[in-house]
Design a protein around this ligand. Structure first.
Ligand SMILES: Cc1cc2nc3c(=O)[nH]c(=O)nc-3n(C[C@H](O)[C@H](O)[C@H](O)COP(=O)(O)O)c2cc1C
Ligand code: SF4
Length: 461
């Protein structure tokens, strides 16, 4: 019998050859206009030949004012269709499946590039100046429509699915997080109000692609920020999306704010930590609350860890990003029986060539060359030069025991797991009607020079 990791499954109309998903990875390989290039196609065809069940290319912006980088993929205009079609076709010809991740980067869009002031749920300024303006109702409608149009383009281009990017501190995740979102209108306050734009985006995407097309979403379980996103909020959002018909939830965490403003890379998705599967506990909790398949991403490096996560029902699919930069054929290697851990040491050195517009494979090539010349394993030189301690990344926690939901899935005898986070939800959920006119942050922060919690009121705090 095939190991569960290599079972064939189906996400709505999407056949999955195994349970591995290449988590979306920005690669700087699109051209200045956001169009697909031959290098981008080659990279994804290589990944497809490496055996991963589903590939998500880097996040594709839905509107020009929501782009964070030159070199980022665009899905904002019909002019992108030709390249997107070539990309989907190349992945299919290489035997793979591909889903387009669509995003608006909100407060973290690049003003210098787009020529527009970035926008977010509320206006934010730091000591270095304003980061973004507060969005109006018209802005929200435009963004929602942008997601719908981009999803329709992905479908027309032949992608097997779309994924709505609502994680990592980009626009939709900014709305979900009380750290960024202090609005007092219908889009702020309670968890479901903060999630309203996400539900509207999902609805518009669904209208655009129809009932049979797989629509996935990437959600944060935490953003590591004081007064930030709570897991109970995520559970409520996930349940609502499940009711509405979402097909899979990728669970991640962290926010770009952590890096850009707080200078802490471990507040981002691509953490430099020893622990594998660092969002495993959150996934374990979420899977008791929803039936929707969960893709768990973040720090998974060992075959045994991936296997245990799937076999205990904590995750239905395993998301991998950096391990597939280091070894694009890792899944095939594991399938063939070489079960050694991924060679990726999670040092994030792949960002250097990406920043230079060379694509992530350049990092891998440099590392392989270094290893061949016997200058140490991947990342070792930089580690030694920086004086950082050597990383050990054992599976630092025993695998989670089978949960009620997992048992239910296996035996089919237990009723749906009772909600186990009720108390948390009661504690965290806020009623929008009870929200003050314009909530100031609970703790005074130097970076909040103005909080435009509703677009019309701008109190200084
Ligand atoms: C170079 C790089 C680019 C990334 N680009 C994206 C992206 O476009 N969209 C996204 O949702 N996450 C992106 N991520 C985050 C990954 O998808 C993933 O959530 C994170 O790296 C943790 O998984 P890992 O430990 O397997 O790398 C990126 C990560 C890296 C290292
Ligand atoms: S540069 Fe570092 S983090 Fe990136 S793929 Fe290589 S080992 Fe992994």
């Amino acid at each position: 019998m095939a190991a569960k990791l290599f079972e064939r499954t189906q996400i709505r109309s999407l056949p999955m050859a195994n349970r591995f998903v290449r988590s979306a990875t920005y690669d700087s390989l699109a051209d200045r206009e956001g169009a697909v290039t031959p290098a981008l196609i080659d990279f994804h065809a290589l990944l497809a030949r490496g055996g991963v069940g589903l590939i998500l290319p880097g996040y594709a912006y839905v509107l020009k004012d929501g782009r964070a980088h030159v070199g980022q993929l665009g899905a904002h205009d019909d002019a992108m269709l030709r390249g997107l079609t070539d990309l989907a076709q190349a992945v299919h010809e290489a035997g793979g499946r591909v889903a387009l991740q669509i995003v608006h980067c909100g407060a973290h869009s690049d003003a210098a590039d787009t020529g527009e002031q970035p926008m977010g749920p509320c206006a934010i300024s730091t000591a270095d100046g304003p980061i973004c303006r507060a969005m109006t109702r018209e802005d929200i409608d435009r963004v929602v429509q942008g997601f719908g149009d981009a999803a329709a383009r992905a479908q027309r281009a032949g992608f097997d699915a779309v994924q709505i990017h609502a994680a990592h501190g980009y626009l939709l995740s900014q709305f979900m997080s009380p750290f960024y979102n202090r609005r007092t209108d219908a889009y702020g306050g309670s968890a479901l109000n903060r999630g309203r734009i996400v539900f509207e985006v999902y609805d518009r995407v669904r209208q655009a692609v129809g009932r049979e097309y797989p629509v996935l979403i990437k959600l944060n379980c935490t953003d590591f920020l004081d007064d930030g996103l709570q897991l109970s909020d995520v559970v409520l959002t996930a349940k609502r999306l499940e009711e509405d018909g979402i097909d899979a939830i990728e669970l991640s965490g962290g926010t770009i704010w952590g890096h850009r403003v707080l200078g802490d890379v471990n507040k981002m998705a691509f953490r430099i930590v020893q622990e594998e599967a660092y969002y495993c506990d959150a996934a374990s909790l979420l899977q008791r609350e929803v039936e929707t398949p969960i893709i768990l991403t973040g720090g998974i490096r060992s075959y045994e860890v991936a296997r245990d996560l799937v076999e205990t029902g904590v995750a239905d699919y395993i998301g991998l990003c950096r391990p597939l930069i280091r070894e694009p054929d890792l899944v095939m290697r594991w399938e063939r029986g070489d079960l050694h851990k991924s060679a990726c040491v999670s040092d994030n050195a792949c960002f250097r060539p990406i920043r230079e517009g060379k694509g992530p494979l350049r990092a891998r090539d440099t590392r392989i060359a270094a290893a061949r010349e016997d200058r140490g394993p991947c990342g070792e030189q930089e580690r030694a030069a920086s004086g950082r301690p050597r990383l050990h990344m054992p599976w630092s926690r025993p695998p989670a025991p089978p949960t009620r939901h997992a048992l239910h899935k296996r035996s089919g005898t237990l009723p749906n797991a009772a909600p186990i986070v009720d108390s948390l939800i009661v504690q965290e959920a806020r009623s929008s009607s009870a929200a003050p006119a314009c909530r100031a942050p609970p703790t005074r922060r130097s970076w909040w020079s103005a909080s435009s919690c509703s677009p019309t009121s701008r109190p200084s705090i």
